[in-house]
Design a protein around this ligand. Structure first.
Ligand SMILES: Nc1ncnc2c1ncn2[C@@H]1O[C@H](COP(=O)(O)OP(=O)(O)OP(=O)(O)O)[C@@H](O)[C@H]1O
Length: 309
């Protein structure tokens, strides 16, 4: 049975003066799913998020969070929302415990302080002042503040920026547990691996519009396969073969030229066979040879380059 989406955006537009930062954006976030909003710099993610959070009015279109207009019916919906601000809630001289105590005062029936610190792995930092925390620990304290009200809908704006890989993975576990417990999450991130790890569905924005949306599988489908290898020493780029008519593009990886074939319809097996036969006949070893499906990063880079338009 279809349920009402937790977030529904339809035909959203937003302008700064004459400049349209968000143009006709529509998407839904279902109750209990994690939806990732990705995009190039300046794509309009923050503007979209601020409108959904109720901080900014839309110029056109409809926005509903749990069935309410988050700007006009703020009081009805705000208690159900958790917003992870970018260090907005931290006071340099308050300890971690004092920071949470301060914010607990604004939330009806808040989550316990120790429980919240335990959730984000900051229990052993309770007595440390905010200004003495590392960048990643500050982000975890921002997350703790957002979780105090046991939100039904949680907004995470680049939640793991500044975290080391271990802290990032620990935060992903926290977020996974929240989603497993029924929390709806809208995430923005520049880390594509984060979206691949966490998102049930995602959208990629570019220049104010959503260019592609769906599950990771749906988004990468139709973007073909990739074959890559290091261009052998002494071989000119012009000497590389075209595989079923597709020429290699050259980038630099590890200080060496890397050949990439973005393949289409012929299929990976046939094109790989053609390449290996070519190399065999010339007794050339293909170092670092990889054959794989398109990744989210491939789709993102194509979107950023305008290739999907
Ligand atoms: N207050 C403002 N006044 C004028 N233009 C703005 C303002 N805020 C944002 N913009 C412009 O609107 C566009 C969208 O900005 P937004 O911050 O929403 O993008 P973003 O996707 O969050 O970018 P990033 O990933 O770089 O944070 C950009 O071109 C930006 O320069």
């Amino acid at each position: 049975m279809p349920t009402t989406p937790a977030i529904r955006i339809d035909g959203l537009r937003s302008r700064y003066g004459d400049f349209e930062a968000v143009s006709e954006v529509s998407f839904e976030v279902r109750e209990g799913e994690l939806f990732a909003l990705l995009g190039t710099n300046g794509a309009g993610k923050t503007t979209t998020l601020e409108i959904i959070e109720g901080f900014r009015a839309a110029h056109a279109g409809t926005v509903r969070v749990l069935g309410h207009d988050p700007y006009r019916e703020r009081r009805a919906v705000r208690p159900s929302m958790g917003i992870m601000l970018q260090e907005g809630g931290l006071f340099a001289d308050l300890t971690v415990a004092e920071t949470l105590d301060h914010w607990r005062g604004f939330v009806p029936d808040p989550r316990g302080r120790d429980e919240t610190l335990g959730l984000v792995g900051l229990r052993d930092r309770a007595g440390v002042r905010a200004r003495q925390l590392s960048g990643g620990q500050k982000r975890r304290l921002d997350l703790a503040i957002a979780l105090l009200g046991r939100p039904r809908v949680l907004f995470l704006d680049e939640p793991t920026t500044g975290m080391d890989p271990e802290a990032r993975r620990a935060t992903w576990e926290v977020v996974r547990d929240l989603v497993a417990g029924g929390t709806t999450v809208l995430l923005t991130t520049h880390y594509l691996e984060e979206a691949e790890q966490l998102a049930d569905r995602l959208a990629i924005m570019h220049r104010g519009r959503i260019e592609v949306a769906g599950t990771v599988g749906e988004v990468v489908a139709g973007h073909g396969d990739r074959i890559t290898f290091h261009v052998p020493d002494g071989l000119g780029v012009a000497e590389l073969p075209a595989l079923h008519g597709t020429a290699a593009t050259i980038s630099v990886a590890g200080g060496r030229p890397l050949a990439t074939y973005a393949l289409g319809a012929a299929g990976l097996q046939a094109e790989l066979y053609e390449l290996l036969r070519w190399a065999d006949e010339r007794r050339i070893g293909l170092e670092g040879l990889q054959a794989r499906s398109a990744s989210l990063e491939d789709v993102f880079l194509r979107t950023a380059g305008g290739a999907t338009r």
